[in-house]
Write a protein that binds this ligand. Structure first.
Ligand code: PMP
Length: 394
């Protein structure tokens, strides 16, 4: 007789979630840790979006929506994205988070044996979703600067390569691709006939560069007025110069709606149509009332939140760079320092946890175990405290 475990498909058993589980097990034993592990903003959903969600529920927007999402939200996103990208991006598919968009994009394009390239360190889901689809994940070592090195990427391209997945700003490094790097990625995609998948979930979290090493004036930094925000350029996106790009964005990070499960995808019509068909038989649609709320959220100015995160980035970098080898992030809310003294990240994380600071070892996001991820999405005070404790361990 088969035991329940015997019924498990290799598709499921082939996904290894042990790294992150180990961290959660350790975390469960901690009392009120300084938690620098969480990949979500520490602010709450903006009030106008909450109100719109309540109103949508109360006025009966509780049924299935069209598979592709509600028309006003799709139209608004099409208009905004087209203006940003500089061409009509076509119809927008509303997905159940960017996770949903990633799953559908991979299911729609990857045949068994097809290869997909992305930089290592990487967002964990890429590897596992590709495995689920029968594809092959090809992580490209981007250490120690975490930049896009075209020579390394090109060396990994084979006749089976189908996708080049970009993630800028990056989880877990916070690195933002420059225009030159994006151009190089586009050149490779053109030369080798690849589809680009651009995971831009952290798009609003872009920080000003200190031109010529000049530190910005403190008062300027703390102000949330728009003159400060104007330093921020828009995200260099492959979609601007390469129309065979699927852009994936969402509301989880930008509006702190991780539990609302809302994202969106745009790209070549033939592929979006297949993703829509697959959504019909998987997620059906994104949560109905929350789609109305997302529409309201688009009118909320989130620049003060981004400015607050830039200050957190500075606290984390300025403190940790005293003791750790670390790349200064230009976006998202993560920083990825190197473990001190050649220790494995897993060993260093255990020491940090013993001091009540929760961080994640790099092997959760990488083939290597040399760095650790900090999420600085917490209060400035907790962040300072946590970074000082880590410094004391270095
Ligand atoms: N892409 C990246 C790079 C992420 O970090 C995350 C969430 N941590 C996602 C996609 C998925 O986000 P969601 O499904 O909540 O939109």
């Amino acid at each position: 007789m088969r035991s329940p475990a015997d019924f498990i498909a290799t598709r499921a058993s082939g996904v290894d979630a042990s790294g992150i589980r180990k961290v959660f097990d350790l975390a469960a034993k901690m009392k009120d840790p300084i938690n620098l592990s969480i990949g979500l903003p520490d602010f709450d959903v903006p009030d106008p979006a909450k109100q719109a969600a309540i109103e949508a529920i109360q006025t009966g927007q509780n049924r299935y929506t069209q598979t592709q999402g509600i028309a006003p939200l799709r139209e608004r996103l099409r208009k905004d994205l087209s203006a940003e990208i500089g061409r009509d991006v076509g119809d927008v598919l509303i997905t159940s988070g960017v996770s949903g968009g990633l799953f559908l994009a991979i299911l729609a394009t990857i045949n068994p044996g097809d290869e997909a390239i992305f930089l290592d360190p990487y967002f964990v889901m890429y590897k596992h979703l590709l495995t689920l689809a029968g594809g092959k994940a090809i992580p490209i070592d981007s250490y120690p600067d975490f930049r896009f090195h075209p020579d390394r990427v090109e060396a990994a391209i084979t006749p089976r390569t189908k996708l080049l997945i970009l993630n800028s700003p990056s989880n877990p490094t916070g690195v933002v691709m420059t225009q030159q790097e994006v151009n190089a990625a586009v050149s490779l995609a053109k030369k080798h006939d690849l589809l680009m998948v651009s995971d831009e979930i952290y798009e609003p979290f872009l920080y000003a560069k200190d031109e010529g090493g000049r530190m910005k004036d403190e008062s300027e930094k703390k102000s949330s007025d728009s003159s400060f925000i104007l330093h921020h350029s828009s995200l260099p996106s492959a979609a601007k110069s390469y129309d065979r790009t699927i852009i994936l964005r969402g509301f989880s990070k930008s509006h702190a709606m991780t539990g609302w499960r809302l994202g969106y995808a745009v790209g070549p019509e033939a592929i979006i149509a297949q993703m829509t068909k697959l959504q019909q038989y998987t997620y059906v649609c994104a949560p109905s009332p929350l789609q109305y709320a997302a529409l309201a959220a688009l009118d909320v100015d989130m620049s003060a939140a981004v400015a607050a995160y830039e200050i957190k980035r500075d606290i984390a970098f300025d403190t940790l760079s005293k003791k750790f080898e670390v790349v200064k992030p230009d976006g998202a809310f993560y920083i990825f320092p190197k473990s001190p003294g050649g220790a494995t990240a897993s060993a260093f994380v255990e020491r940090a946890i013993a001091k009540n600071v929760l961080i994640i070892p790099g092997n959760v996001f990488s083939e290597k175990d040399t760095h650790f991820r900090i999420s600085y999405a917490t209060t400035d005070e907790r962040l300072r405290q946590g970074c000082e404790i880590l410094n004391s361990l270095a």
